[in-house]
Design a binder for this molecule. Sequence first.
Ligand code: MG
Length: 366
Amino acid sequence: MKKIALIGSTGSIGRQTAEVVKSHPDRFKIVGMAAGRDSETFRQQVKEVAPDYYASAQNDKKAALDIARLPEADTVVVACSGFSGLEYSLAALEAGKTLALANKETLVCGGDIVNALAEKQGADIVPIDSEHSAIWQCLGFDRKAPFHRLIITASGGPFRGYTPEQLKKVTPEQALRHPTWNMGAKITIDSATMLNKGFEVIEAHHLYGAEYGAITAVIHPQSIVHSMVEFNDGAVLAQLSNPDMRLPIQAALTYPERLECSLLPMDFTKALSLEFSPVERSKYPCFDLALECGERGGNAPALLNAASETAVGLFLDKKLSFTDIYRVIDAVLESVPYAPVHSYGDIKAADALARAAALTAAHNLR
Ligand code: MG
């Protein structure tokens, strides 16, 4: 019986994790559960799941962090979104738990210190994000396996065919309508700007020890091929399935075993076209910003992330246009100087600086 602590239980990945656990009651048990807010949804979920321990960060941050360190848990699923995820991931690794990671910010902002801590504690990190799970599956569930190139697929978001003029006028409602995946608000907007794909390249760098030059992003509108790995002999392995996060969530809990999963199977008795095209870099300037920040390292990815969280928040509140998301992030990266990071404290300081700088930048644009 695998005992799981679930952080961010009320979000999209958190709810689906609870569903996966429920479908295999003989294999998994959720022993602890934490959510950001003490919402009605959370209370309802606590009643249904009946974990031994639960806490909301809103009521008691320390108790919520303790869920990530529960002695009873083997695996901690960090499924909350945003910068706060990093703190939970560090707590889980510090306690020597296997970290099943859905939170992007953990590796984007803290990749170096997170990897160093995992190494020191002998703790595993397993990916939940569909792209990184696909790569992991192609590598035989071995993050250290050799490869030549990682090919990360991207749907291109809801505005793939838009002109720059059309992009200026898109509304939060339009941006929140993702063509193939149903996800949280921040990540859906980040998919539309392709900042999300930039984050995923940074994560892949940290997860698989890949040089940035050995990672390629490719537009694949059908979201059937979740990513690919090219090996030294030129062979390319891909992982395909209908888009459904329950598969990567379950794989992170059962690897190297594969259990029955209730997702819709692929139907190859019907005609199916899979398209691939290069990323049009001029259309997605946030993607390039992310790659630059990844290569620069230090505080740059944390600045990028904090600036994006602030800018996307303002866009969702209709206080910033869609194309100004890029301008705000770019202004923050211009105004806050580069610094190396050695600790969580350094990253937190960079995060705070960038949030303040993003508000100033957004104000100056108006
Ligand atoms: Mg993804």
